[in-house]
Every structure is written in structure tokens, then in C-alpha cells.
Design a binder for this molecule. Structure first.
Ligand code: BES
Ligand code: ZN
Length: 872
């Protein structure tokens, strides 16, 4: 089967407008009957056929202006309904069809999850509900009537305002609800939920004084875990008013928690649908990290109400218009509410270990791709996180005030429309220059960031004139070739610089705009000393690039101690960690450097000068596996895995006393309620893991106890510390975690993930047992990701040299692809690095990819597998 390619260059406006849609949804025992009435207005005077999408729909009837349409006036394929000669004047098209949500395992369109019926339409799920153009530039007002059995489905929800609800006169066992959404929206924002749900309410008062009813719908028994999500929603609403001047625009806001969900959460207009793991939480059953994640996802979906819903995307090539911008907004929100420094470090680290990895492999693509086969494959870290970095660079280049002026213009100009990334960029530039200022960089050149894939490398060579006190930087940029893009043009790269002396920063920070292949930058009037001052470069990680610059250990240590930009300070530490870990991986441990880093860490602990424990924990965090693999000539995940352990163990011995000291101090804040105490809990996890690796038995005991304690953060930290160590405490801890949480599927998924990622000699057997476990739900993407994702991050088992891990993974993915292509095609990327491994491993992985390629695959998974196969 070959699937058509969709190209940006082929975009044409839809030749019809559909200002109004009425949906009538009748839920029966075995199926749902959908009747859609669309008011259709031809936009052109020339006659064109009316093309509607439809997937797995059983067509009943087609009626135009009250008259039945004869069968020879249309054609129907497995994916399209074409009316050959629709009226040239506005008309009403009524189509009745049937769907079967009860056997829909794809989790797209309408499907059942536990006792509930729920929908997921982004990106192209609406076509699984009824015949419709199903493209984001067709905006309509929706009025929806839902009818269902009142005991099985007491709650009936859709977008907008509830118009009426009540029993049916003809059948008192059934009831109906009518919803009306006054805001025109694309079909991907349509949502419908029916089920026996419990509701928890809250209220929010907007700046302009309107009261908004917030309703969170969960399954029976989950009501007690809703307050965190509701509080988060209120914070997000207040923040968007304060920072962006954007208010909520309806009288109610609904969130529904669903167990079976492909993604994290979905921003349907006034009816968000969330993966239940991103709603249900308190500090006993969620970690600090999870609480922060939930807060940010709730905010993200809320922020979409403006950046995504009120202003939507013209087509799916514009996806980053809403996702990159909304990620930038949720990142700023979290930074404002918590620590700017820590949030930025977390985001940079995530970018490096996911986006940079994607951008250097076979699935690399631009933030604005020019073609795709399955759009679901493009909800990637590049669209999201790199997209957010592009917005952040604009913000850096323009400054807060001018950026906000641009945002205001964008909202004013495009509210109620389907826009493009160019619309956005031009609004930002125009708004920022409204008072006649110069932009300060070339806008067209900046836009190359959207079209060029790959991570740019910036190479800096330094010349120090000690007599003149001038530091000259020879800066060149180079973006390596990526699939389909052999050569690249220079980009606009904001480079924030400062010079650090023995007493901290010297002079002001400087923002340099790089825009040439090579250019030279001079920093003048510096202290005239023999040695050049330390250079703090790409402060705040001012551009998503990799830096190539010779930095001595002395300079890194100086920056680690004295840089006033916390991100650059962390980066200096990361450079040392990388050096140490990579040297160990080459079996050439750099002992003197290790001693010096240990000394610096010791000072950080004992000086007590670091007031934010979360930031201290960042400095102690080692670089991720993906970024180390990328730095190796031949990626060796197994070796790196051992190296992490051996270094932790060495540090655990070396720093045993200061670590115990730190543990004592941290303990004092164990009980503090999130967000308080989270830094101390992070540091506790770190010390546990280093000390446990060093063989400290007391710590192991303490860790086992924590698994039964009142804090999920500490319980998980304990499990993580014990996980790499073959010991009875580890088995004991995993067992008691299971026993405690076996009745809570969301939490049990963590147990599945932990079990699957625990290195054991019989590792693959264990994975098979987990997949057969009575509490494993093969229909829940969360569970699949827990076990198979855990498996993929278990180097000794997944990367077993005989290829057994790869083969088993391929078999599983082929099976999953049959029922859920979206989940399968996302997971299949576990094979994307195969070309970076040593020959034997590489061949084994290649065989697994061939195994996949020769199977019957969905269009989604086929697209990814084809990209991963070697090109001939
Ligand atoms: N619009 C997406 C959800 C989505 C993506 C639905 C792809 C269908 C297909 C939503 O706004 C989103 O981005 N969710 C993220 C979480 C977010 C905090 C980055 C997700 O689901 O992972
Ligand atoms: Zn989003």
C-alpha cells in the first residue's frame, strides 16, 4: 500500500465555506448514529466537486436541501465522499451515517474507554465521526445534540454552552443534551464525551469580572485527586491575563480525564480531554516532577484557547504556529511560577537529549516541514521544542516589551482565522517596530530556521590581546546535512556573551547577532592581564545550537563557580561531566579531572552558598545518555550505562561524608508540600543513588522504607537509586510498591516501567511476563509505553548483543500497529539510531527494521520505518 504525500506547495483554499454545522449524535447499544447538517456556501463561481473525508463510516443517506441525492451523483471510496455537482448557491447538506466506537482501538475519532465514550479529533479524527472536509482552515459554528441511555451515560458533554438537558418524552430511559459553541472552530477541536463521570467544580473570576465555572470530570473514586489540576488551571488563567492580557471567553471550562489516550492532553474548545495520568495527582501519589508537569500541561492546553483555537492553523504544515508558541508560553509560565534558572536548564537538557537526537537522525525534519504522509508523525520534539526555541530567539532579539507588542498585533489581526507561521512572524516584527524602531536582524533570514533542519554548530576561536584588553572571537556556523537537505545557508543566531573575572561578571552582557558563515566579534576594554578572562557564551542557551570551542578545565571550573548566568554555570559543569564520562567510556578515566570536579562538588555542598537546592541538584545532574551517545564516534549505550554507575559509585565513596551531610540537611524539608521541599527531595535522590551505588547499606535500607512512606517523590527516588543494583532491597522495594499501588492503574504504570527498565540476567523473560501480567492493559498507550519504553531504556536487555531484544521489540510493535498506529509509529523510533552503533549491534538492529518493513504496517508506521531504512 502506498500512501499519498501531502505537500505544502499544493495548498489551496477549500472551495466551500461551512459556517454552521448541526450534529445529532444518537448513542445506541452497539453503535452510534450520526446525522450532520452542514450549511455549505460555495466560495467560487466556477463549479467544483465537493470532497469530504470519511473513514470507517457506514453511510446511510445524503440529502441536499431536503431532497435525497441519487447514487450516481456522488462517489464513495474508503476515504472520501465526492459530490460531483453540488449546487452553486448556498445549500444544506444532511448526511446520516453510523460508527462503531466500541471496537475502535485506534483511540482516534469516537471510542470507548472504561465506561466512557470519548473523542479525539486532532489531527484527522473528525473524519472518523462524520463526512467532513476535516482540514483546519474550515471554521464552523457547531451545535450538537447528544442522546443516550441516562443510566449508562448520565453525563453528556460537547463544546461551548449547554443549551438544554433533559429526558426524552418518547423514552424516559433516555435523555439528551444540546450544546452550542458560539466560536467558529476547525473540526479538530470538536469534542464529545458521554459516560458515568463524577464532577468536581471550581470557579474563576476573570479580570473583567466574569465568573467562569471550571468542571473537572473523572471516574468514580478519583474525585479526591482533582484539586491540583483545578488549582493549576486557575493559575494558568490568571497568568495569561496578567502576562498576555488574554482572558477566557466562555462561561464554562471542562476537563475530562481519560485512561486510554494516545497523547498527553487535548485542547478541544472548552472541553479539554486529558490522559488521566496528567490530571489525577496529589503529593502521595505523584512526584514533584509530575505535579509540575501536570501544572504545565493544564496550562498548555488552556493557553491554546488563544494560540491554537481562537487563532488556529491554516494547514498542518503550520503546526508549530500553535504548538511551538504554546510550548514557549507554558515554559514561561512555569519559569514565572517556580525557578527561571531550573526551568531553563530542564528545557535545555530535554532539547539536547530529544530534539538534537531527532535532528541528527533519519527522521530529522524542519520546524515547518514541506511534506508528510501521516500528519500524526509530525507531533515531534522538533515541531514542539525547537519550535518554542525559535519563538524564544525572537523574544531574545526583541526583548520582552517589543515581543509583547508583536503578540498583541498578532492576536488582534488574526483572531478568528486560520493563520500561517509567516503571518505570525510578520505580526511580531511589525508590532515590535510600531514606534519606528529597526528590527535589528533580517526577518527573511530568520525564517530559514523554519525550513532548515539539523542542529547548527557554532565554532568559536578566541584571540586574546593582553596589551589592548581585547578578546576577539572568530565565529563560524555550519549546519550539517540532513535528509533531503544537503547544504544549508547561514541562520540568524542570537549569541549572548559576557566575560567573567575572578570576582564574577566584568561589564555588561552583550547580545551579538550572528548571520554569516564566519564573522568576527570583538570584546574591548577588558582588564589587561596575561591570561584571557573566562567567557560566558550562549548565556541562557540563547540559541538551539551546539557549541564547538576549546575550553580549559580551569575556565570551566571558574565559570562553574562564578558565572552569574545560572544556565551558563550549569553548562560549565556539564562540560566537565561530559569529559569525565566520555573518558571513562574510552577506558581512559581522567583521574585528575575527576578529583577536581569532586572537589568542586564538595565545595558546593559545604559552602552552603547555593541557596536554591533545586539548582544545586541541577549542577549535580549528569548529562543524559542520548547526548553522550551523540558525542561518541561509535555509540555504546551499554558502556555508558556502566560508566554512569561506576562514576556514581566512585563519587559515593569519595564524597561520602559531605553527601551524608547534605542528606541530613535535606531531610529537614522532606515533609514540605510541593513546590516547597522539591529541591531537597531531588538532592535526597541524588545522594541516595550515589551512596547506594557505593555500597552503603544504611542508605539502601532507608530507601526501602521510603517506598512505603508518604512522599511519592521520595519513593520514586528510592526506587531509582536501588534499580541499577542487584540486591534484595531492590526486589523488596519493587514488590512493596506493587502491593501498595496495584489498584491504581496510573501509578501501576510506573511500576511496569520500573520493572521493564531494571537490568536483570533474565530481562527479556521479565518483559514477556509484564506483557502477560493480569494488570497490564494492552489497549492503554500508557501501559504499552511503560513496558516497551522501559524495555528500550534497559541497555543490557534491549541492546543484548544477540539481537534478541530488538527482534522481540519489532514483533511487539508489529502487533501494536494493528490496533493503534499512532502509538506504534511513535515507539518504532526506538530503532532510529541504528546507524550510530558498532557493526554487530548495527546489523542486529537493521534486521529488526527489515522485519518491520516486511510486515503489514499502517501508513503511520510505514512512513517512519521507510525513513529509517538505509537509502540505496
Ligand atoms: N494538541 C496537542 C495534543 C495532540 C497532539 C492531539 C497530537 C492529537 C495529536 C496538545 O496541545 C499537546 O500539545 N499535548 C502535549 C502536551 C503538551 C504539554 C506539550 C501532549 O499531548 O504530549
Ligand atoms: Zn499543544
Amino acid at each position: 500500500m502506498t500512501t499519498a504525500t501531502t505537500r505544502l506547495a499544493d495548498y489551496r483554499p477549500y472551495p466551500f465555506q461551512i459556517p454552521n454545522i448541526e450534529l445529532d449524535v444518537v448513542v445506541e447499544e452497539q453503535h452510534i448514529a450520526i446525522s450532520s447538517s452542514m450549511q455549505i456556501e460555495p466560495a467560487l463561481t466556477t463549479k467544483v466537486p465537493l470532497v469530504l473525508q470519511g473513514l470507517n463510516l457506514e453511510l446511510d443517506s445524503i440529502v441536499i436541501n431536503g431532497s435525497s441525492v441519487p447514487t450516481d451523483a456522488y462517489s464513495l471510496s474508503s476515504s472520501e465522499l465526492v459530490l460531483h455537482q453540488p449546487p452553486i448557491h448556498p445549500f444544506e447538506l444532511k448526511i446520516i451515517c453510523r460508527i462503531d466506537p466500541f471496537n475502535n482501538t485506534s483511540l482516534e475519532g469516537l471510542y470507548s474507554s472504561e465506561s466512557m465514550l470519548t473523542s479525539q479529533c486532532e489531527a484527522e479524527g473528525f473524519r472518523r465521526i462524520c463526512f467532513h472536509p476535516d482540514r483546519p482552515d474550515v471554521l464552523s459554528r457547531y451545535r450538537v445534540r447528544i442522546e443516550a441511555d441516562r443510566t449508562r451515560y448520565p453525563v453528556l458533554l460537547s463544546n461551548g454552552n449547554l443549551v438544554s438537558k433533559g429526558s426524552l418524552a418518547k423514552d424516559p430511559m433516555r435523555h439528551e443534551a444540546i450544546w452550542d459553541d458560539p466560536y467558529p472552530k476547525p473540526a479538530y477541536l470538536f469534542a464529545l464525551v458521554a459516560g458515568a463521570l463524577q464532577e468536581v467544580q471550581a470557579h474563576f473570576k476573570t479580570t473583567s469580572g466574569r465568573s467562569v465555572l471550571l468542571r473537572l470530570h473523572v471516574e468514580n473514586g478519583d474525585e479526591t485527586y482533582t484539586s491540583h489540576a483545578l488549582d493549576s488551571l486557575k493559575k494558568a488563567m490568571a497568568w495569561d491575563e496578567k502576562v498576555y492580557g488574554l482572558e477566557y471567553d466562555l462561561d464554562e471550562y471542562n476537563i475530562v480525564a481519560v485512561r486510554h489516550f494516545n497523547m498527553g492532553a487535548m485542547e478541544n474548545k472548552s472541553l479539554n480531554i486529558f490522559n488521566s495520568k496528567l490530571v489525577l495527582a496529589d503529593s502521595e501519589c505523584a512526584t514533584d516532577g509530575e505535579l509540575e508537569r501536570i501544572e504545565s500541561v493544564v496550562a498548555h492546553e488552556y493557553f491554546h484557547n488563544w494560540t491554537g483555537n481562537r487563532i488556529t492553523c491554516r494547514d498542518w504544515f503550520q503546526l508549530s504556529l500553535k504548538e511551538g508558541l504554546t510550548v514557549f508560553r507554558d515554559q514561561s509560565f512555569t519559569a514565572d511560577l517556580h525557578s527561571k534558572a531550573v526551568k531553563r536548564i530542564e528545557d535545555v537538557s530535554m532539547l539536547r537529549n530529544t530534539q538534537f537526537r531527532e535532528d541528527s537522525g533519519p527522521t530529522s525534519h524542519p520546524v515547518k516541514p514541506s511534506e508528510y504522509k501521516a500528519i500524526d508523525n509530525f507531533y515531534t520534539t522538533t515541531i514542539y521544542e525547537k519550535g518554542a526555541e525559535l519563538i524564544r530567539m525572537l523574544h531574545t532579539l526583541l526583548g520582552q516589551q517589543r515581543f509583547m507588542a508583536g503578540m498583541a498585533l498578532y492576536v488582534q489581526r488574526f483572531d478568528g482565522t486560520a493563520a500561517t507561521t509567516e503571518d505570525f512572524i510578520h505580526s511580531i516584527a511589525e508590532g515590535a517596530c510600531a514606534n519606528g524602531e529597526q528590527l535589528g536582524f533580517d526577518l527573511d533570514q530568520f525564517q530559514r530556521w523554519y525550513h532548515q533542519s539539523g542542529t547548527p554548530q557554532v565554532c568559536v576561536k578566541r584571540h586574546w590581546d593582553s596589551q589592548g584588553g581585547t578578546l576577539t572571537l572568530e565565529v563560524s556556523q555550519f549546519t550539517p546535512p540532513t535528509p533531503g537537505q544537503p547544504s544549508k545557508a547561514p541562520l540568524v543566531i542570537p549569541m549572548a556573551l559576557a566575560v567573567i573575572g575572578p570576582n564574577g561578571r566584568i561589564g555588561e552582557e552583550k547580545l551579538v547577532v550572528l548571520d554569516q558563515d564566519t564573522q568576527s566579534v570583538s570584546l574591548r576594554d577588558l582588564p589587561r592581564q596575561a591570561k584571557p578572562p573566562a567567557l560566558s557564551i550562549f548565556r541562557r542557551f540563547s540559541a538551539p545550537i551546539t557549541l564547538q570551542m576549546d575550553v580549559s578545565v580551569d575556565e570551566s571550573l571558574q565559570l562553574l563557580a562564578l558565572d552569574d548566568d545560572p544556565v551558563a554555570r550549569w553548562e560549565a559543569g556539564q562540560r566537565l561531566w561530559r569529559k569525565i564520562l566520555l573518558a571513562r567510556a574510552r577506558k581512559q578515566a581522567d583521574k585528575p579531572l575527576e578529583e577536581r570536579l569532586a572537589l568542586a562538588l564538595n565545595q558546593l555542598i559545604t559552602s552552603g552558598g547555593e541557596s536554591d537546592p533545586s539548582f544545586l541538584a541541577m549542577l549535580f545532574g549528569m548529562p543524559g545518555l542520548a547526548e553522550l551517545e551523540a558525542a561518541q564516534d561509535v555509540a555504546d549505550p551499554l558502556m555508558l550505562y556502566q560508566v554512569y554507575q561506576s562514576l556514581k559509585s566512585w563519587l559515593g565513596v569519595k564524597l561520602s561524608d559531605p553527601l551524608k551531610n547534605l542528606l541530613e540537611r535535606s531531610r529537614l524539608n522532606w515533609g514540605a508540600q510541593w513546590p516547597a521541599g522539591q529541591g531537597e527531595r531531588m538532592l535526597t535522590g541524588l545522594t541516595w543513588s550515589w551512596l547506594a551505588a557505593a555500597g552503603d547499606c544504611e542508605v539502601r535500607k532507608e530507601a526501602v522504607e521510603a517506598v512505603n512512606g508518604p512522599s511519592m517523590s521520595l519513593a520514586r527516588a528510592a526506587l531509582r537509586a536501588l534499580q541499577p543494583i542487584e540486591c534484595t532491597e531492590r526486589d523488596e522495594a519493587l514488590k512493596s510498591f506493587y502491593e501498595r499501588w496495584q489498584d491504581r492503574p496510573v501509578i501501576l504504570d510506573t511500576w511496569f516501567a520500573l520493572e521493564a527498565s531494571t537490568p536483570r540476567s533474565d530481562g527479556l523473560e521479565r518483559i514477556k511476563q509484564l506483557l502477560d501480567h493480569p494488570r497490564f492493559d494492552p489497549m492503554a498507550p500508557n501501559s504499552i509505553r511503560a513496558v516497551l519504553g522501559g524495555f528500550a531504556s534497559n541497555p543490557p536487555v534491549f541492546h543484548a548483543i544477540d539481537g534478541s531484544g530488538y527482534k522481540f521489540m519489532a514483533e511487539q510493535l508489529i502487533a501494536i500497529d494493528q490496533r493503534n498506529p499512532i502509538t506504534a509509529s511513535r515507539m518504532v523510533k526506538v530503532f532510529s539510531r541504528w546507524q550510530t552503533y558498532a557493526p554487530s549491534r548495527k546489523e542486529a538492529m537493521h534486521r529488526a527494521i527489515d522485519q518491520l518493513a516486511s510486515a503489514e504496517l499502517s501508513a503511520n508506521t510505514r512512513e517512519v520505518v521507510t525513513l529509517m531504512q538505509p537509502k540505496h
